[in-house]
Design a protein around this ligand. Structure first.
Ligand SMILES: CC(C)(COP(=O)(O)OP(=O)(O)OC[C@H]1O[C@@H](n2cnc3c(N)ncnc32)[C@H](O)[C@@H]1OP(=O)(O)O)[C@@H](O)C(=O)NCCC(=O)NCCS
Length: 181
């Protein structure tokens, strides 16, 4: 059975293993060097603890999500990160974990969510669009992949003010669900 828990220091080794087993192609599209022990350790030892979640099957990490508050005058904005293990893709786990993270972020006061998606990441684009995100910016040649090639980055955004209002009547998880039909 898959359970979603907040990331804690006891998960560091399992999370590192999860990232180190990702194919090189996936790592190309992750901003930080998540295969570095120090990077992952900092997530659970710093002040930003609690905004990261993992999906576990027993001891094994199947997916990781984070909502990172932007600093200063953008601290109402949360940047979403989401990765699912290749073997666990296509079964709804990414959507479920993303929804979990978004609900927690909105409950914590985030009113705008953004996610940066490399133009080639069709599955991520489809997933976040279905959750109510839409394209807000296209940044040309914004990142270099691990071969040094320039790639375009799309910024998708979800303005959750309306959702927060809907929360009173339908409840937040339902409010964040894609419309039926
Ligand atoms: C993007 C990612 C998180 C999707 O995870 P997942 O568990 O496979 O996604 P789900 O099974 O929950 O799919 C949910 C929806 O996403 C879309 N989707 C997922 N994979 C897709 C694919 N290969 N092609 C097209 N659409 C896809 C579909 O709309 C799907 O809805 P459906 O089940 O009604 O068809 C996963 O592919 C991943 O980790 N990719 C590498 C990292 C990344 O790109 N992160 C996003 C940027 S932060």
């Amino acid at each position: 059975m898959t359970t979603v828990v907040p990331l804690q220091s006891e998960h560091t080794d399992a999370v590192l293993q999860f990232f180190r087993e990702l194919p090189q192609g996936d790592l190309t599209f992750i901003k930080e060097d998540v295969t570095e022990a120090d990077v992952v350790r900092a997530w659970t030892s710093g002040s930003d603890r609690g905004d990261r979640w993992i999906a576990l099957d027993g001891e094994q990490v199947l997916a990781y999500a984070a909502v990172l508050r932007l600093p200063g005058w953008s601290d109402h904005v949360g940047e979403v990160r989401l990765v699912v293990a290749p073997a666990a893709r296509g079964s709804g786990l990414g959507r479920d974990l993303a929804r979990h993270a978004l609900v927690r972020a909105v409950e914590a006061g985030v009113t705008k969510l953004v996610v940066e998606v490399v133009a080639e990441q069709g599955s991520a684009l489809a997933l976040f669009t279905a959750l109510g995100f839409s394209g807000e910016a296209l940044l040309r040649d914004q990142i270099r992949d691990r071969d040094g090639r320039l790639r375009d980055l799309m910024v998708l955004a979800h303005h959750v003010g309306d959702v927060a209002t809907a929360m009173d009547t339908v409840g937040l998880p339902e409010a964040l669900s894609p419309p039926l039909g």
